[in-house]
Design a protein around this ligand. Sequence first.
Ligand code: PHE
Length: 341
Amino acid sequence: MLENIQKLNKEIINDIKSLKDKESLENFRIKYLSRKGSLNDLFENFKNVDKSIKGAVGKALNELKVFTQKTYEDKQAELDKLNKQDSSDEDYTLPGRKFNLGSKHLITQALEDISSIFQRIGFKVVDGREIEDEYHNFDALNTPDYHPSRDMQDTFYLKSEGMNKRYLLRTHTSPAQVHIMKSQKPPVRVIIPGKCYRNEAISARSLSMFHQVEGLYVDKNVTFRELKGTLDFFVKEFFGKDLKTRLRPSFFPFTEPSAEMDVECYLCNSKGCRICKYTGWLEILGCGMVDPNVFKHVGYDSEEYSGFAFGMGIERTLMIRHSVPDIRMFYENDIRFLKQF
Ligand code: PHE
């Protein structure tokens, strides 16, 4: 009898290896555990076992039954679990669902970049206003009323009937200089990012709305050299390279002397290309020493104080930096364009 039990044990262990699906498991159950199964057969024979070995045989038989039953149940649970995964709607091999993360607009990023570069050297970021009056946008900036930029052709005037001033959409960020200087005594060291408006024919190069960043520094003994040093620092930080810069004499009514700053064309390493129109230089901003006439308007003593100011167009600078061929692309909100930055 004990031999039979051992034989069956071996057979069961051998059969366990082939338990791969429901069918083989059911066959296993019928073969060993059912009423007509081999285990029951042995239990039937148990009656005839000699008394002297009944204890040992009973124990062995019981152990084999418990083992077989447990093997059967474990396998069944395992197969159930697998089946459940197979039959659900989830396909775990599919790639995850993508969702678009929003990001800051290229212009916002540039305004923040520029502001933080100047903040590192002591400039404070302040806001200007987009609706100005003629006085702040022009007169206080030493721009007389016969100046062509005051023309309706160039400036959006707001309906100002019945008011004692003529209002307009600022044509540059420079009027913010006047507000700041009127509201505080020197030293003044500010950066003013914001929108400007000009009555331009819309084209690949110009829109009626664009962004500028204005800078102003007024204190005792501020020199033109500091202007150049400050702007050089900015160029190095913003473009990430030690690019050469040059100042070209220019004219703005509110600065004297005035200049325009060019940077070495980093697209062609100043060899000359389509973007720099084969000059090797790219114009990025206007600047100069604050005109004493502006100081007069804001009540600063030009004998005691001097200062510099600069203003740069953001769209144009970014078009150069990222080779954007058309200024309108900034505002079409085409996700394929925006996603690149
Ligand atoms: N406001 C000038 C412009 O719009 C730029 C500028 C700012 C020039 C400050 C000199 C000083 O072109």
